[in-house]
Design a protein around this ligand. Sequence first.
Ligand code: ZN
Length: 387
Amino acid sequence: MQLFKNAQVYAPMYLGRKDVLVAGGKIIAIENSIELVANSFTTVIDATDKLLTPGFVDSLVHITGGGGEGGYTTRTPEMHINDAIKGGVTTVVGVLGTDAQTRSLENLLAKAYALEEQGLSVFCYTGSYHLPMVTITQSVKHDIMLIDKFIGVGEVAIADHRSSQITSHEMARLTSEARVAGMLAGKVGIVSIHVGDEPSKLELLEQVISQFDIPITQYYPTHINRSKSLLEAGIDFALKGGFIDFTTSTTAQIIAQGEVPAAQALALALEKNAPISQLTMSSDGNASLPVFDAKGNLIDLQMGLVSSLHQAMVDAVKLFNVPIDLALAAITESPANILRLTQKGRIAVDKDADINLLNPHSLAIEAVYSKGKLVFSEGKTFINTPF
Ligand code: ZN
């Protein structure tokens, strides 16, 4: 058991100064005062003045690497578990991305199992950017229904020169497949959408929703902060009840080309009254961050980092005046609810004890607990990993 004393608890909504008791990897009590004596079964942690928050939920990470747009040497490496833990991320959703030829879902799943063994919570999407969808079994439906880690399909690319130029009928069929499989398996069955920088923006999704009997909440489009105009379209989508996700990994060059930093995009969306339940940030960790010139030539390539998720939350609070509970919700409760990860994203009794302790002034991460185990403290990780 661990007893956190006197923490300022952000659940992510502010609960006040509380004591939080953890046993067997779960939160079992949150009270004004819990008195227990430290012994060989109980660690008492003085969390006075610390912010106690849920572990962060990163809803899009290329855990087996991504990219390759500049040739084979530009394929990015796998995510190391320490990258996530140091950034306060205790839950990740792993995806393939552009390259489903030299990277596979089998490899994605093996990496997910490895990360889980090492102490992280991991979910995945089947499929990739392209049609026909790659799968492990016979179909997207079988994958979602029969493989526990798969909770949906994606990221399916739209409005992008790297996409399959998917039609509204194809998208409707794929979405129905994921949705029905989700219903039958008690999962979300969501379709993660990679939105590129072509002018059609979210039009394909709007078409599918108006032409077919598919709810808007079946889609989870990401990279919505890629440009000002896409952000505007995204905020409209959120005001109609859709979910939108902002990407926190970026470079100075990408921002110079018109990307809105995720923290600022979150502030703008909230200003336009988009509900926080519809808004999330994810890192796109280990993705390649390619920059193309007007002729489509690759001119720069860097790699996304999972740690950018925490930095964007801090920036939202410090630079763009987003209240801390809302900035936290965008990387905890909102993605957990959207993806129906019922044990994740909240400080509440019976939830998994994924807990971050933050410095109350700088919001720096001082300690991370994943399913009740201390995995990061004072700049050191405590993960059992051979490499
Ligand atoms: Zn993407």
